[in-house]
Write a protein that binds this ligand. Structure first.
Ligand code: HEM
Length: 426
């Protein structure tokens, strides 16, 4: 195994011309994207930790288990989550993603305590009729547009379960573009090279105002959703802080599930035989009616397919950190880790069967939800909702890709370029 514990870390500056050109070409041409370029770099440098060096950019990339463990776990206290003034900080204010230290711990514990698996399961189960309406509306048009259709569905699920709020079609129409603008704002961009943070979009003010209203409703109407735990703890006086948490949950929670659902639909559109086997599995367990959340969660092929999609296309492709004293930026690349050729046979292929034989090939080789103090607090909910939505889609329609698979883009989450998935009733 190649691990650099006290490394003289190789850098992109050390690339020979041929490898550098290959990585560059991969970044800008089909089937490339910055992520595929990063993969090409990783394979060229043959190192589990390396530096990306460009004018105004110096970033350490952790891409092997030991290097990743060091950043996420062993040296977690030496890293801040965010850099002052970057778009994530400007958008989420004091949101969980931005907070560090004891305040981070407090908010995270509160949210985790308010979202035990049993409560998530029953809250999701209670919102299935509304969720199904969104699924049926999306497929009624004879095609599923990615990423818009999954975005609408997962947004609804998130608000129902975490905010105890039934998103109305009018609200959805009024704020869908706002949601997209917020996601666009925090994606990697020229600001990483220029150091100049773009202005916050107007959508920020509109979405915050909407979330303030949702929060006030929760203050007046107690319940057991995570929003009620925030309301109980922070009340009216701490409304601004609580709304920072809601905005964080909204964006972090729906954009990732959108990405995963899009990947699944694309992969199943390409692999008719797996799609068909999955449909049989769902039908055998649930017939044609609305499946039960727990039943769907326990289906073995569905579980393997979701795990493999998360490996191949981890929605959060990277975790960014900044070293507390040096300010040096570090990137944990979940994408590179999941396609590491020393650990995964056929790393770039979609092979759900690998999960039916065994688990991940070692500690810190498979981290779709991160690890250490900043692991994802929405992991359980994400798995439950995505499995259910996918099962419901497959119960109702066949999905087919019209042409070759779309390119992937390195946005806030990993995103497939806009794609039309044809659907036909079974
Ligand atoms: C398939 C869906 C999801 C995936 C793959 C995913 C993945 C991740 C990963 C990898 C991290 C750690 C990032 C890092 O290392 O910097 C993370 C953090 C986070 N996720 Fe998720 N996530 C998903 C869904 C959700 C949902 C549904 C929610 C909310 C309900 C959520 C809320 C968050 C928050 C708030 C953080 C920051 C945690 C912290 O900084 O302590 N995520 N997620």
């Amino acid at each position: 195994m190649r691990e650099h514990v006290h490394p003289a870390i190789p850098s992109t500056r050390h690339l020979d011309a041929k490898s550098g050109l290959r990585a560059l070409t991969s970044m800008i041409s089909h089937p490339g994207s910055p992520l595929m370029g990063l993969l090409a770099l990783h394979r060229s440098l043959r190192a589990d930790e390396f530096c990306l060096d460009a004018p105004r950019l110096h970033m350490r990339v952790a891409a092997g288990p030991a290097a990743v463990k060091r950043v996420l776990h062993d040296e977690a206290g030496a890293h801040r989550s965010r850099v002052e003034g970057d778009p994530v900080t400007r958008l989420f204010g004091d949101g969980l993603l931005v907070l560090d230290g004891p305040e981070h711990q407090r908010v995270k514990s509160l949210l985790l305590a308010a979202s035990p698996r049993s409560a998530l399961e029953s809250r999701l189960q209670n919102s299935l009729t509304a969720l199904d309406e969104a699924v049926q509306r999306a497929i009624a048009k004879g095609a599923l547009w990615l990423p818009d259709a999954p975005r609408r569905i997962t947004w609804r699920a998130l608000e129902a379960v975490y905010f105890d709020h039934a998103l109305t079609p009018a609200e959805e129409r009024a704020h869908f573009d706002d949601l997209v603008q917020l996601v666009d704002y925090i994606g990697p961009g020229a600001w990483m090279l220029t150091g100049r943070t773009p202005r916050r979009p107007k959508a920020y003010t509109r979405m915050r105002a909407r979330l303030c209203t949702v929060y006030r409703e929760a203050l007046e109407r107690p319940g057991d959703a995570p929003i009620h735990a925030l309301a109980l703890r922070y009340g009216e006086a701490g409304a601004s802080f609580a709304v920072d948490q809601l905005l964080t949950l909204l964006v972090a929670g729906h954009d990732t599930a959108t990405s995963l659902l899009s990947s699944l639909l694309i992969l199943l559109g390409q692999r008719e035989e797996i799609q068909s086997a999955l449909r049989n599995e769902v039908s055998a367990a649930a017939g044609d009616g609305l499946p039960d959340v727990r039943t769907v969660d326990e289906l073995p092929l569905l579980d393997a397919v979701v795990k493999e999609a998360l490996r191949l296309y981890p929605p959060i492709h990277s975790g960014l950190r900044a070293h507390v004293s040096s300010g040096e930026r570090a990137m944990v690349s979940y994408f590179l880790l999941h396609r590491h050729q020393d650990f995964w046979p056929h790393p770039d292929a979609f092979v759900p069967e690998r999960w039916r034989v065994s688990g991940p090939p070692g500690a810190y080789t498979y981290l779709p939800f991160g690890a250490g103090p900043r692991f994802c607090p929405g992991a359980t909910f994400a798995r439950l909702e995505v499995k259910w939505i996918l099962a419901r889609i497959l119960q109702t329609v066949r999905v087919a890709l019209p042409s070759r698979p779309p390119r992937i883009a390195m946005r806030a989450a990993l995103e497939h370029r806009p794609t039309k998935i044809r659907v036909s009733r079974r």
